[in-house]
Design a protein around this ligand. Structure first.
Ligand code: 4AD
Ligand code: MG
Length: 433
């Protein structure tokens, strides 16, 4: 009978039995008589103990030739060992090399510059910190699906190849047969609005693209966005949905990803303060606040990263900045009946200086006002014909928002730059690997 194989995370079930575990070498150490192999398989860390006079000479010889990142299979009796890295140990009787790794592995246990790490992202992903971030990202993605599923939202997958519609920022284009240029989607929202009239409550979950020449710690050219759109929600319902979602995500990570937060040395006391209701600040008050703190921002401007940091510095939880001036925001936002210079929108700013993680609004549902805004912005009217139709045939009040996945994960993980929270980041100067 052949020996069963096990993943490291499942080893507890094999205590006292002989198993084979496959994975990659992370550390090696030997006294000449007794040797230790620390290996990982993506589910955990395992220590293998090789005792020279208890194993066949060829097993000891193979150990001597092991290098960092070699892919190996070790066989032996499993036991719990609290002092071992990962808490598991195997008394090695068999050792096979599945894939050797030359000594010049590009990532060594020393400080590397960020460009070197990004150039070797295909290897950097293996480091404990990167594994922890990936697991938290996955937890957040799954929590988002659970949140909307439990609340009766339908997931709609919107197109990534579009005619010229979307946000104001730069477009990536590609030739599209006889149709002229196609553009990579900056948002799924406009399709989401059509879907909301068909299905009531929907959300999208997909990649979006912005050809922005921004080299900041929170800009990617390809990022993932989650965009709910709800028929009959107004701007206040919209903000409540946002704070429900964001507090749900934070709670979920605190509950299920403690080990990963600890690996990242995240100050969880800060995350525990993320409780509803979040702070609500009118745009005009936000301008007064930042000016009092020395900003030169004036009424009418969009808020920059520095202004956002000034605003959140006063609070321990996310802050909504509401009702921006029309000219600072996208054409589709609904005019504020209480102050027609402004629109019914909100940006959610994360605490600790992480800045805007959500942009949302009630949508303009008046045909003439929307057409007027499209013309004012000089947008191609023909590309928006179908979108205007939604205001012609059974127009309805509705609202929605876009949550930036990487910004949210970056904040919850406490990473200084969002390039670390996506497996293979795309930025202005980075298309490889
Ligand atoms: O504020 P934005 O541009 O809003 C929209 O796209 C709307 N259509 C959303 C909607 O109402 N359905 O983008 C939404 C969020 C931002 O708050 C930010 O978190 C993220 O997307 N985001 C970016 N993340 C990484 N890199 C970039 N270049 C980003 N641009 C926006
Ligand atoms: Mg925005």
């Amino acid at each position: 009978m052949s020996t069963p194989t096990a993943r490291i995370a499942e080893l507890a079930a094999h205590t006292g039995h002989v198993v084979t575990v496959r994975g990659w070498v992370t550390h090696l150490r030997s006294s000449g008589k007794i040797a230790f192999i620390v290996m990982r398989d993506g589910t955990g860390l395992l220590q293998g103990v090789v005792v020279k006079n208890q194993v066949a000479p060829e097993v000891w010889a193979r150990f001597s030739e092991l290098t960092q990142e070699a892919c190996i299979a070790i066989t032996g009796e499993a036991k719990a060992e609290p002092r071992a890295p990962g808490g598991n140990e195997i008394q090695v009787s068999g050792l096979e090399v599945i894939g050797p790794s030359p000594l010049d592995y590009p990532i060594q246990p020393k400080e590397h510059g960020i460009e070197h790490l990004l150039d070797h992202r295909h290897f950097w992903l293996r480091s404990p910190r990167q594994v922890a971030i990936a697991k938290i990202r996955h937890e957040i993605e799954q929590a988002i699906h659970d949140f909307f599923y439990e609340r009766g939202f339908l997931r709609v997958d919107t197109p990534l190849l579009t005619a010229a519609i979307g946000e104001r920022s730069g477009l990536f284009s590609t030739e599209y047969f006889d149709e002229g240029n196609a553009y990579l989607a900056q948002t799924g929202q406009l399709y989401g609005e059509a879907a909301a009239a068909a299905f009531g409550k929907i959300y999208t979950f997909g990649p979006t693209f912005r050809a922005e020449k921004s080299k900041t710690r929170r800009h990617l050219t390809e990022f993932w966005m989650i965009e709910p759109e709800v028929a009959f929600n107004d701007t206040h319902d919209n903000m409540r949905l946002q704070e429900d979602l964001v507090s749900f995500l934070v709670e979920r990570v605190l509950e299920r990803r403690q080990a990963e937060l600890a690996e990242l040395e995240r100050d969880v006391s800060k995350l525990k303060q993320v409780v509803r209701p979040f702070v609500r600040l009118d745009y005009s008050d936000a301008i007064t606040l930042v000016r009092r703190k020395g900003s030169s921002a004036k009424w009418g401007d969009d808020l920059g990263a520095e202004d956002e940091a000034l605003i959140v510095a006063d609070y321990d939880r996310p802050v909504f900045v509401m009702n921006y001036p029309k000219e600072a925001k996208a054409f589709y936002m609904k005019e504020n009946p209480a102050d027609p210079r402004t629109v019914l929108c909100d940006d959610m700013l994360a605490p600790e200086g992480y800045g805007e993680i959500i942009g949302g609004s009630q949508r303009e549902d008046d045909y003439d006002k929307l057409l007027h805004r499209i013309r004012e912005e000089g947008l191609p009217e023909d590309a928006y014909g179908w979108y205007l139709d939604l205001r012609k045939y059974g127009t309805f009040p509705h609202a929605g928002f876009g949550l930036g996945l990487e910004r949210t994960v970056g904040w919850i993980c406490g990473t200084p730059h969002i390039r670390e929270v996506i497996a293979f980041p795309r930025m202005m100067h980075r298309l490889r690997p």
